[in-house]
Design a protein. Structure first.
Length: 297
């Protein structure tokens, strides 16, 4: 093999950190499309989602994980924390996202769960919010002294600063092997799953802080004929009092949720979408093992 010929590399990269630190936004940037849903609500990401970016000689397989947390540990959230732990055990590299500042107990807990044999790239996100750049240099020195991180990369995922450089820096940590996925694949999830996630994001975004995050989406029917998809989806809530928060006055909010979801689906799927949504009450579903299993959690 000549010096100008690079071996193919392919590997898995877990993106971990606390809720709302920018994990899903970073994955979406690397994949080049809106694949993982985002919102300001904690535990927006509930599933282990693969986002695949294939370059000429490298396939990056990113694993988006739920935000690790120690609060509100109902049955669902305990399961989500286990998802994070499972992901950390089976990847070639970890991207550990934090916000500017020293690590707290949750960050330290995440760090302790990563094998000493797994390389870690520390990503300090939201540095655009730091007015004193000297503090950033001090942080980098502090983290470097831990001798736990292969690289420390300051960035702003929202402003897309330093992200191309970050992606290029990951290549050397991936094993030399052929690609696992076809070069045109961007995820391991099917359209039914992606449709449910899009709807869940719109519920979170359009209800603001009024509605607790314990809602779920159940796709009851997904039909496709040519480029047209007909999707029937139930929005699951925990209490009867939550229904009007989603439905809104004369159904206005539910209509907005459906319209916004449909437009995102059409962009992602590349075809016409006919979407029908309604609200269903399942009391205590977030602590019900049977309900969680039926919802893929």
């Amino acid at each position: 093999m000549s010096e100008n010929t690079k071996e193919r590399r392919c590997g898995t990269i877990a993106i971990v950190g606390q809720p709302n630190v920018g994990k899903s936004t970073l994955l979406n940037y690397f994949v080049g499309t809106k694949l993982s849903i985002t919102s300001k609500k904690a535990q927006t990401t509930r599933y282990q989602l693969l986002g695949i970016h294939s370059a000429e000689d490298t396939q990056f397989i990113f694993v988006d994980t739920p935000g690790y947390q120690l609060k509100y540990l109902n049955t669902m959230n305990r399961g989500l924390n286990k998802t994070v732990l499972h992901a950390l055990r089976e990847v070639d590299l970890v991207l550990f996202l934090i916000e500017p500042g020293l690590m707290d107990k949750i960050d330290e807990k995440i760090l302790s769960m990563i094998s000493a044999d797994t390389p870690i790239v520390l990503v300090i996100n939201k540095v655009d919010l730091m007015k004193d750049k000297e503090k950033l240099l001090g942080l980098i020195k502090t983290f470097d002294a831990l001798e736990r991180f292969e690289l420390i990369v300051p960035t702003s995922v929202k402003k897309k600063s330093n992200l191309i450089e970050l992606l290029h820096s990951l290549r050397s940590f991936l094993p030399i092997q052929d690609f696992i996925y076809e070069t045109d694949e961007i995820t391991d999830k099917n359209e039914r799953f992606l449709a449910s996630e899009i709807i869940r994001e719109k519920v979170f975004r359009l209800t603001g802080q009024e509605l607790p995050y314990s809602i779920a989406i159940e796709i009851e029917k997904f039909e496709q004929e040519g480029d047209t998809r007909r999707i029937f989806a139930a929005i699951i809530v925990d209490r009867e009092s939550h229904k009007p928060m989603i439905i809104g006055k004369k159904g206005s909010r539910l209509k907005e949720i459906s319209m916004s979801s449909r437009l995102d689906m059409e962009r992602l799927f590349g075809g016409k979408v006919w979407l029908e949504t309604w609200v269903k009450v399942k009391k205590g579903w977030a602590d019900d093992q049977r309900a969680l299993k039926s919802l893929g959690l």
